[in-house]
Design a binder for this molecule. Sequence first.
Ligand SMILES: Cc1cc2nc3c(=O)[nH]c(=O)nc-3n(C[C@H](O)[C@H](O)[C@H](O)COP(=O)(O)OP(=O)(O)OC[C@H]3O[C@@H](n4cnc5c(N)ncnc54)[C@H](O)[C@@H]3O)c2cc1C
Length: 439
Amino acid sequence: MTRLVVLGGGAAGMSAASAARRVDPALEIVVLEATGFAAYGMCGLPYYLAGLIERPEELVSYPPEYFRDRRRLDLRLRAEAVELDADQRVVHYRHEGREQRIGFSALVVAAGGVPGFPPLHGLDGRPTFTIRAMEDAIALRALLDTGSVRDALVVGAGYIGLELAEALHGHGCRVTVAERLDRVLPNLDEPLAAIVEEHVRERAELRLGVDVSELLANRAPWPDVVVVCAGVRPASTIAAKAGARTGPGGALLVDDRMRTSLPGVWAAGDCVAPYHRVLGRPAFVPLGPAANKTGRVAGTVAAGGDAVFAGVVGTAVVKVFELEVARTGLTLAEARAAGMTATATDVVSRSRAKYYPGVEPLHVRLVHEAGGRLLGAQLVGREGAAKRVDVVAAALHGGLSVDDLAAFDLSYAPPYSPVYDPLTVAAQAAQRVVHEAAA
Ligand SMILES: Cc1cc2nc3c(=O)[nH]c(=O)nc-3n(C[C@H](O)[C@H](O)[C@H](O)COP(=O)(O)OP(=O)(O)OC[C@H]3O[C@@H](n4cnc5c(N)ncnc54)[C@H](O)[C@@H]3O)c2cc1C
């Protein structure tokens, strides 16, 4: 039997299945997807909730028929894998209420992530959502469209929580964001997170360092809806139970060809911990671009081709109301927690030439080693952060230093940047720190 089974029809799974088809036109490829949707832009769900995107179908890259007819992928929706027998090479799954089994010669596990849901008291039957599947968003949007939701509580002030706060605010709700920690965005260093916090406070009620259950008890019958955005953990249980080795956060450990420790089993996307080039070891960084790329590598190799995943550097960007918030590499806190002798250089530059209308401040933090090796960057501003972070991502990919970044030939025109780009300004400031320390 030559059959590839892909577990999960999200970004990683559908990339894997499509890549496998390109390698082997004759291979039987079966995709098991637990929900009723496959191959859609999960990252677009907040914008669908906000009403910027009218119909959920607009988020779907291709309909199921396209995959079945054009790519000859046997895509089975509402087919939930429940157990993997790695020795027998069999997946047990539930499809339309029936227990089924399917054998494979190669398996790609691409089950994504499971949303965190902390124990909460006082929900009292209120509509409560997590946003990790199209069905979740469709149900929440239907509720919002009834016009009955005035007060919304978002639990968690990570990037998805803040995106949801903006979406609900855009829908006309009074939004409260409640967070157990005493800060927003734990994946930014505090000075940068504080800028975001101030911005959010102007648009939503922010309750930091609170016990959400207490908040619910004290303010009953508020709110009309609760949206829990309390992080994500890798959906690695089925493969782990079958014996696959796990690493950071319980994510599956893979090599650079996305092979797990089980023969004939590959894995990709949010359920794996790929190699982190700055840390020099695997890390759990569940984000879209890596899910697509690791899926492609896993599918290519599982079908008999060859490909290698070069690793991540932890680049992420998020729109928080009017702010662009971007990070790559390691924050100062992350670098120090990893045992690195790291330091940070902060500058406040400008998004455009200072005389050009619409110029905005741009906060840049570079994180680097005492010797000058770049470790990371964070950028926050109303414009100019989102794509500029990618320059530093490229520098990190290449293992470059603040000297290299200062020397980059970056573009300039008054509407887009000052003549010294904010990254050049930050890199020059970091050079002074590095060279003074060396003197
Ligand atoms: C609201 C939101 C906004 C986001 N915004 C961004 C962003 O702006 N930028 C960014 O880089 N990343 C963003 N992400 C993260 C990004 O969406 C994920 O990294 C990406 O979707 C991961 O792809 P994946 O295929 O690994 O997992 P998923 O997309 O979760 O796909 C996994 C699939 O496997 C299925 N599945 C799970 N278990 C089983 C089973 N047992 N049997 C069968 N099928 C199963 C699931 O139903 C799911 O369809 C966002 C995530 C969310 C939730």
